[in-house]
Design a protein around this ligand. Sequence first.
Ligand SMILES: Cc1cc2nc3c(=O)[nH]c(=O)nc-3n(C[C@H](O)[C@H](O)[C@H](O)COP(=O)(O)O)c2cc1C
Ligand SMILES: Nc1ncnc2c1ncn2[C@@H]1O[C@H](COP(=O)(O)OP(=O)(O)O)[C@@H](O)[C@H]1O
Ligand SMILES: [Mg+2]
Length: 169
Amino acid sequence: MKSLPYFCRGEVVRGFGRGSKELGIPTANFPDSVVDSLPADVSTGIYYGWACVGNSDIHKMVMSIGWNPYYKNTKKSMETHVIHKFKEDFYGEILSVVLVGYIRSEKSFPSLEDLVAAINSDIEEAKVMLELPEHSKLKEDNFFTSTTDSSPASPSSAASTSQSIINGH
Ligand SMILES: Cc1cc2nc3c(=O)[nH]c(=O)nc-3n(C[C@H](O)[C@H](O)[C@H](O)COP(=O)(O)O)c2cc1C
Ligand SMILES: Nc1ncnc2c1ncn2[C@@H]1O[C@H](COP(=O)(O)OP(=O)(O)O)[C@@H](O)[C@H]1O
Ligand SMILES: [Mg+2]
């Protein structure tokens, strides 16, 4: 995927409220504007990377891009599970992420338990992969230290880097 690493940011909006939170795996959903700006070669599937809410700390994340076949969505979504325990919800905040690597394609599952087990295994894979020096260095990128208002934020990594800066309003 030539567009990786892919940097983007946007407002956290409400999703389908299916209770991913009740499953212990909340996902911060991006608005359509961010989803529609994805480069064509960033295919649907599950990714790992780094995420930052507002201007606070940078954490490991896993992201699902696609139609959630288990739920047979008709709308494409980009949902980030930040691998961190937050004290409260952060709807309306700006979430900045970099997609670093691809884990697998989206699948349907025979049961909700199987879906949750797959997501937990994605989280474990992300934790390991992001420790690799070439992946952990992306955490230090200028993109995460630049302001999250309307001023442009530039990733400082290789020229092949792609980005989409959308505030969602
Ligand atoms: C790492 C990760 C992997 C996921 N993999 C799949 C998948 O393979 N198939 C699927 O249907 N949904 C998958 N999902 C999406 C969940 O179904 C989704 O979080 C759920 O539909 C909740 O949606 P909501 O936030 O709109 O309530 C994945 C989510 C995450 C965070
Ligand atoms: N670790 C986390 N990762 C992602 N979102 C989180 C996390 N902790 C709390 N949240 C909050 O939970 C919300 C997502 O919960 P979820 O059940 O997926 O609802 P929705 O369907 O509205 O996306 C996020 O928008 C965010 O405000
Ligand atoms: Mg969600």
